[in-house]
Design a protein. Structure first.
Length: 468
């Protein structure tokens, strides 16, 4: 409640200043607000976004700009004068600037890069040269490094001289004369060390680094396992190129989560906010999966046609078709979601496939047994009610065999669903594909077809020569 009142006051004050059109007061007001509050103002008053950014101190404007949605960033840059755009882009950290530029058309990137200072242009072109989802796109060249022969006192001098523009000074990086990474030292250890000690005497050799070509998802796992606020980035020769900070990893984790959720829902990943993406682009991203799943369901129709004779002889079997295939699809979707999530957080790896399979075989048999028992019990209960004239008899004298058909079919379909749902993400990962594409709809469609085969195979075993 208090937060809403403060926000309302913020908006009221801003509207009052806008109505007065006093540039100096607007500038003083904006520079006095928290970065997050200014971002809220932009969200509330999108038509004033470029004026808000233009009227802030440039370092604060850059801090606000980098936390906005890509669509808002594009709109702001489109409206800002070229001089202000150049100032803003040059002020942005290299990694955030690269994130923004890579979302733009190539022609726009070319025009904006011309606005950068020579040194910033060189850094940006270097970062844009790395693969899209690599650590190289995330790293920043703004960090503090010292040589192994420097003393603690020398290190403090370096910090005072260069740390102003650094992404973080929580960690100091030690290199040799060739630029190779020796170690990373927490600032705490430097502060507590004697001023005449050299860096070589402080290093402990427990450095953890990322390769510039590493996948961003892998980098996220390294951060999680090592509890670091920043990690150094090196090339294949261990030359220190830059650092990646935890705020970049949080951004990657959020992007990966959104992308996986969209893929698991049976659509391509959206690169823009839902309400900002063009209508026909949205249709294009959704239509592909729907068409693919539709063709998959055609195999279900084919399977139904193949067993049409059995259905015509025992129409009672058709009652349970939706029950059977939906149970298989549900169990497959469950298993697929669990395994994809476990892989995303580093709990399951490709080499764990046999442990996963054993676990899912037991799970599938147990869950299938539970559903199979419920299915048989339902038929038995209905038969008892039918025999007493409470409801119409539809199962006849062979109700028990029908119950066994349904019960064992459920066990088989659920077992197959859990195995398919759990193994498919691991297989896709092994082939170098994204496990999230083994989405719930895809697994459900696959299990639908095989579920019918299992169901009618069980019907043939229990009812052959009796009803079919």
């Amino acid at each position: 409640m208090m937060e809403e009142m403060e926000q309302a006051t913020l908006f009221d004050r801003f509207e009052a200043l806008i109505s007065k059109e006093d540039t100096l007061e607007i500038r003083a007001f904006l520079n006095d607000q928290n970065i997050s509050d200014v971002a809220e103002l932009i969200n509330e008053y999108p038509d004033y976004a470029d004026r808000i950014i233009a009227n802030m101190a440039i370092h604060r404007a850059a801090s606000v700009f980098k936390i906005l949605d890509i669509s808002q960033q594009k709109d702001i840059v489109k409206e800002l004068p070229s001089a202000k755009t150049a100032e803003l882009l040059n002020e942005l950290p290299a990694d955030d600037r690269t994130d923004f530029l890579e979302e733009l058309p190539k022609a726009a990137i070319r025009d904006l890069i011309k606005l950068l200072d020579p040194e910033e242009r060189k850094i940006t072109l270097s970062l844009l040269g790395y693969p899209e989802d690599s650590v190289g796109r995330l790293m920043t060249p703004d960090y503090v490094y010292v040589y192994q022969h420097n003393t603690v006192q020398d290190t403090f001098e370096t910090i005072r001289k260069h740390a102003k523009n650094s992404e973080t000074i929580d960690v100091i990086y030690v290199i040799n004369e060739q630029g190779e990474l020796i170690d990373d030292i927490r600032i705490r250890d430097v502060i507590l060390a004697s001023p005449d000690k050299t860096m070589e005497e402080i290093v402990d050799g427990r450095v953890v680094s990322l390769n510039v070509q590493d996948d961003q998802e892998h980098a996220s796992q390294v951060f999680k396992m090592n509890n670091r606020v920043a990690l150094p980035v090196v090339d294949d020769n261990n030359i220190l190129l830059g650092i990646v900070t935890i705020d970049d990893m949080l951004w990657v984790a959020n992007e990966e989560f959104s992308e996986d959720m969209q893929k698991m829902g049976g659509t391509e990943a959206l690169n823009e906010p839902y309400l900002d993406i063009p209508f026909f682009t949205l249709i294009k991203k959704r239509a592909g999966w729907l068409v693919l799943l539709f063709f998959g369901e055609l195999f279900t129709a084919t399977a139904m046609a193949y067993f049409s004779d059995e259905l015509s002889k025992a129409l009672i079997l058709s009652i349970f078709v939706p029950l059977i295939i939906s149970s298989g699809g549900n169990s497959g979707s469950q298993a697929s979601t669990l395994i994809i999530q476990a892989m995303a957080v580093g709990e399951v790896y490709i080499e764990d496939w046999w442990r996963v399979m054993r676990r899912e075989i037991l799970s599938g048999l147990t869950l299938g047994g539970i559903l199979g028992f419920i299915g048989y019990f339902r038929i038995a209960l209905w038969h008892q009610l039918m025999s007493r004239g409470v409801i119409q008899d539809i199962y006849g004298e062979h109700w028990s065999l029908i119950g066994l058909t349904v019960g064992f079919s459920l066990m088989g379909v659920v077992l197959w669903g859990t195995l398919t749902g759990s193994m498919l993400p691991l297989v896709l990962k092994k082939l170098g594909a994204d496990p999230a594409v083994s989405s719930a709809p895809f697994v459900a469609t696959l299990v639908d077809v095989t579920g019918l085969i299992i169901y009618f195979s069980m019907a043939w075993v229990f009812l052959h020569g009796i009803l079919i």
